[in-house]
Every structure is written in structure tokens, then in C-alpha cells.
Design a protein around this ligand. Structure first.
Ligand code: ADE
Length: 423
């Protein structure tokens, strides 16, 4: 622990030692990112590059930022959600690693946005976003930065959806690599990461028994698939809601009950939203919920549950535990909101385990390096992570896990690459 001389706005620099211990704990489970960091250290691919990151400030993110700095980047970071920051991690980054961080757990929305501005004030060459708030702010209010920005990366489904809308509306001004689209990201982070960490967040907030509960999972994308799978594994009976017929059909064939939310609302003990959309749980649904029903969100933004609507309908509300607010309805029913409707896995828990973030953030680091090396040949579009990076991350992860796989024989290679052979 050396200095707190870099610009920052964090809760308490005195938390740095504890934060450093936790960063090292996460590093043990991030071998792929560790290899990338070691190479960056030697090759310095980010020499002279200012990188502005808007990410959840967790121990896993800390390991990513440390790797980028090892690669020569001048890194400044802010939170991508007001409630996801680990204050001790932020302290360790500032004090122990000399990385500028602007993030305080529980910051209000004005502070959240002021922290984004602080990152943008550094005139980043590369943006690294989780949810597209950094890039959206640049396009709305900081067009002066277009001159110095080379390109960016985006971590999450919601961010990619926003970027694709910008691309479609012809407003996007620089290239972005959609890290979420890498197979080694969404198949693991969104599915196993969200699946486990969402239930972990719920259990940490409430200590409820999941066995025997009716859990309604709203949205059957990769995150919803993961949550439904893990909820079933814990003995819950799972209902899935989705607007996409193919996904709904998949949920049926996975053996889940599929219902419209209006019907599921009457049955659920616990509702978990992961749709990326607004007011998926709305006033009409609160009106028919059982007393004691709990609602939580694991989607990126806190819009999936209509909380202003619930507040209007209720006669009073109070905090009954950390991350649990009780809303008393006029007919005496109680509805509990977990984690203020923000990402429950990061609000009440530690987010996804390091082992999956290892792959997500190895993709982030390598995508940022690719952007620095190749931006001149890219235009203002949303790009996938190059397949060779995605496959290399899988290969390195398998190696780290001690798993070996077959390679094609010469005969198989010839066969699979030819069209002549058939019946
Ligand atoms: N998103 C979900 N879990 C995360 C974590 N542990 N760190 C950073 N971003 C995350």
C-alpha cells in the first residue's frame, strides 16, 4: 500500500488493505486474465493510451484494471451502478495500485453521473463500458471527445442493445467491440454467473429457504436460463415468463411452467427479473400478488420492477433488513423489494464469481488490445469479439482447469473440410 495521490472519490482509503486481500483472493480464480496481464506487462500494448472504464467496481474488475495498467494504460474508472461498488476494492485500487477510481457504494444518481463526468474529463482514448452509460453520455453531452477516442468495448447485453440502437439510428461515432457477444462471455458469465450470483444475492439479503418456493423467472435469455436452472436445482418450482415464442418454447421443453406474468403474479413467492425491459412487473401484478411475495431484479437497470408504481399503491414502506424493503398494501398484504430493484447479485452479494469473470475480462482485455491495434481499419459500428480471441480464451481456460481435449486427425480434418464425400 503506497499512495492515494491519484485523483479519486471513494468512501474510505483506509479500507485498502482489506480490499487488496480480496483482490488477491479473486486473482486465484482468474488464471486466464493472469496470463494476459503477464503478457501485457512485457509488451505494453496500451503505452500512451488513456482508458476510461465504467464497470462494477468489484475485486474481479480490479484484476482487469490492474492488467490494463500493467499493459501501460492510464486507467480511470467509475461505477456502472450506484449500488454495485465494493468500497474496499475501490480503496485498494487507488491506494495500492495508483488507479483513479470514482465510486462509492450507495451513491445517489447525481454523484453517479458526476463520477462518469470525472472519467470523461480524462479524455479517454478507449472506453470500457458495462451498460453503455459512458458511451451514451459522450454522444449526448461530450461530443468534444470524439476527436481523441479510438473506440470502445461493451460488457453486457443491455449495453449491446443500446449500442445497436445507436448504430441503427446512425448516431454511433466510433467502433465498439461487443464483449457480451463472445461465446466465452455470455454462455458462462450470463448463464452460470448470473444463475448462481442472483440466488446468492437473494439468500444473503433474506436467508430464505429456496426449496419448495415458487420462483418466477421473468426473461429466458442466458441469464434467465441460468437462474431457472439453479433455482430448480435448489428445489424451487420454477415458472418462466417471456415474450419470445422460441425462448418460451425452449423453457417449456426444459420442463418449466410458462405463463403470462399476469397469471404468474398470483402464484410466485419470489420474482426475479432479467429481461432488460421496463415494468415487467407492474402495478396490475402487485395488485394480485400473495402476501409475503418478494421481488428482485438481476437485469442491468432498475426499471424492470415498477417501484414508483408500487410506492403509489402502498400505504407505507420501511426497511426491514439490509437490502429488504417492505411495502404495506391497503388490504394488509406485504410485498418485499430486494436490493432497491437494482442488480441483486451485486447489491446484496459479490457479483459473479471470479472464475467466470476471468473469461469475461480476458475477453475485455484482449478486445481493448485489438481495438488499439486495429481501430484504424474499423468504422463506427458494433463489432463482435474476433473468433480467434474467443477461442483462445476457451483454450486457456480449459488448460487452467487441467482439461485436455482431442484434436482432429488428418483424416477427420480432410473429411470435415470437403464436400465431395456423402452417401
Ligand atoms: N458483473 C457481474 N458480476 C460481476 C463482477 N463480479 N465483477 C464485475 N462485473 C460483474
Amino acid at each position: 500500500m503506497t499512495n492515494a495521490s491519484v485523483p479519486h472519490h471513494i468512501k474510505d482509503a483506509g479500507l485498502a488493505t482489506r480490499g487488496q486481500q480480496r483482490i488477491e483472493w479473486a486473482a486465484q480464480d482468474m488464471p486466464v486474465l493472469g496470463l494476459v496481464r503477464d503478457r501485457f506487462e512485457r509488451e505494453k500494448p496500451f503505452a500512451g493510451i488513456r482508458l476510461g472504464a465504467c464497470l462494477h467496481i468489484t475485486t474481479e474488475t480490479a484484476n482487469l484494471l490492474i492488467a490494463l495498467k500493467a499493459g501501460g494504460a492510464d486507467v480511470t474508472a467509475c461505477a456502472s451502478n450506484p449500488l454495485s461498488t465494493q468500497d474496499e476494492t475501490a480503496a485498494a485500487l487507488v491506494v495500492g495500485h495508483g488507479i483513479s477510481v470514482y465510486a462509492i457504494k450507495g451513491e445517489d444518481e447525481a454523484t453517479y453521473h458526476s463520477h462518469i463526468s470525472k472519467v470523461l474529463d480524462t479524455k479517454p482514448n478507449i472506453t470500457m463500458d458495462d451498460g453503455c452509460d459512458l458511451v451514451a453520455e459522450i454522444h449526448k453531452n461530450r461530443n468534444d471527445l470524439f476527436e481523441t477516442i479510438i473506440g470502445g468495448t461493451e460488457e453486457t447485453t443491455t449495453g449491446v442493445i443500446r449500442l445497436k440502437a445507436m448504430e441503427k439510428n446512425d448516431v454511433l461515432q466510433f467502433p465498439i467491440i461487443a464483449v457480451n457477444e463472445a461465446a466465452t462471455k455470455h454462455l458462462f458469465d450470463n448463464r452460470y454467473g448470473t444463475g448462481q450470483s442472483t440466488l446468492d444475492g437473494v439468500v444473503r439479503a433474506t436467508n430464505i429457504l429456496l426449496a419448495g418456493k415458487v420462483i418466477v423467472v421473468c426473461g429466458f435469455g442466458w441469464c434467465g436460463r441460468g437462474i431457472a436452472m439453479r433455482a430448480r436445482g435448489m428445489g424451487a418450482s420454477v415458472i418462466v415468463t417471456d415474450v419470445d415464442p422460441t425462448r418460451a418454447l425452449e423453457a417449456v421443453m426444459e420442463g418449466y411452467r410458462v405463463l403470462p406474468i399476469a397469471d404468474a403474479a398470483r402464484e410466485g413467492d419470489l420474482f426475479l427479473t432479467v429481461t432488460g425491459n421496463i415494468h415487467v412487473i407492474d402495478k396490475a401484478h402487485f395488485a394480485v400478488m400473495k402476501t409475503g411475495a418478494m421481488v428482485a431484479n438481476s437485469g442491468h437497470f432498475n426499471v424492470e420492477i415498477n417501484l414508483p408504481g408500487l410506492e403509489e399503491m402502498s400505504v407505507s414502506h420501511r426497511k426491514v433488513r439490509d437490502y429488504v424493503d417492505e411495502f404495506l398494501m391497503p388490504d394488509g398484504r406485504k410485498i418485499f423489494v430486494l436490493g432497491e430493484g437494482r442488480l441483486i447479485n451485486l447489491a446484496a452479494g459479490d457479483g459473479h464469481p471470479a472464475s467466470v469473470m476471468d473469461m469475461s475480462f480476458a475477453n475485455q482485455a484482449l478486445a481493448a488490445e485489438y481495438m488499439v491495434k486495429n481501430a484504424k481499419g474499423l468504422t463506427a459500428h458494433v463489432y463482435d469479439v474476433p473468433l480467434d480471441i474467443d477461442r483462445e480464451v476457451a483454450r486457456l481456460k480449459l488448460h487452467a482447469l487441467g482439461v485436455t481435449i482431442d484434436t482432429l486427425t488428418a483424416e477427420q480434418d480432410k473429411y470435415i473440410n470437403s464436400w465431395e464425400e456423402g452417401t
